[in-house]
Design a protein around this ligand. Sequence first.
Ligand code: G1P
Length: 276
Amino acid sequence: MIKKCLFPVAGYGTRFLPATKAMPKEILPILDKPLVQYAVEEAAEAGLCDVGFVTGRGKRAIEDHFDTSYELEHQIAGTGKEKALEGIRALIEQCTFSYTRQTTMRGLGDAILKGEAVIGDEPFGVVLADDLCIGDGRGVLAQMVGLYNQYRCSIVAIEEVPPDQTSSYGVIDGEKISDQLVRVTNMVEKPAPEDAPTNLAIIGRYILTPDIFDILRSTEPGKNGEVQITDALMEQASQGCVMAYKFSGRRFDCGSVSGYVEATNYFYENLFDEHP
Ligand code: G1P
C-alpha cells in the first residue's frame, strides 16, 4: 500500500514574478483555492495521506495553510463563512504533514532525494503542484496507484505535447503495452524538438520505488547543471522497471500565465461552487 506523497515546493516560481516575489507559487489560487491544496486533495483521494513537503526559504505560507488559524476560526465561528473552510479543515484532519528543506536549488532529482528523510524505504507518490490535473472519474494519482499495484514499478504520467514544446519536459519512448501504457526504454530531459525521441512528455505525477534514492545519490547533474529525476528514472528503465501512463483527464500548466488563465476559466465555468 502506498501511503506517502512528496511535494517538492522549494522552487522560486520565476515564471510568475513579480507575483511570487514574496509568496510561494504553490499558494497562487485557482478561484478560491491554492494550487497546493488541489494537489494534496488529489493525493488524499488516492489514499496518500502522509504528506511530505520539500520546502525552502520563503515558503512558510504553505505550512500555515495546512494548520489551524485560531484567530480566523474565532472570528468566523457561527457564521456562514465557516463553510469556506470545510474542505481545508477536513484535509488537515485526514492527513499528516512533514517538512524538510532543500537548501540549495540543485534540481528536482535533488529535491526528491532530500525527501528520503520523510519517505524512508517505501514506494511513494510525487506531485508537482503547478501541474493541476483533473482526472476522468478518479484523480490522476489514484489511477496511477491502481497501476502500481499491478506492475510494482515506478510510473510516470505522460501526455502528448506539440512537438515544438519538448524542450519544456522530460520526454519518454518505449514499448507500447496498451493505448494508455508504455514500458519506458528511453527518457531525455528537455530535449530540443530535433533530439526528442517522441512527443510524449512527463507531467508532474510520479510513483517511485524507493531504490530511486540510491540511484539519485550517484546521479550526476545533467540538463541545466541540475540533478534530474529523469536521469535517475532512466536507470530504472534500463532494468525494465518504469511504466509511462497516458492518464485519463486533463492537465493545466499553472506554472505558466497562459495555463493558469486557462485553468481559472475552466474551473470557473465547470467546477465553481460559490460560497454563500
Ligand atoms: C520537471 C521535470 C520534467 C517534467 C516536468 C513536468 O521539469 O524535470 O521532466 O516533464 O517537471 O512538469 P520543470 O517543469 O520542473 O522544469
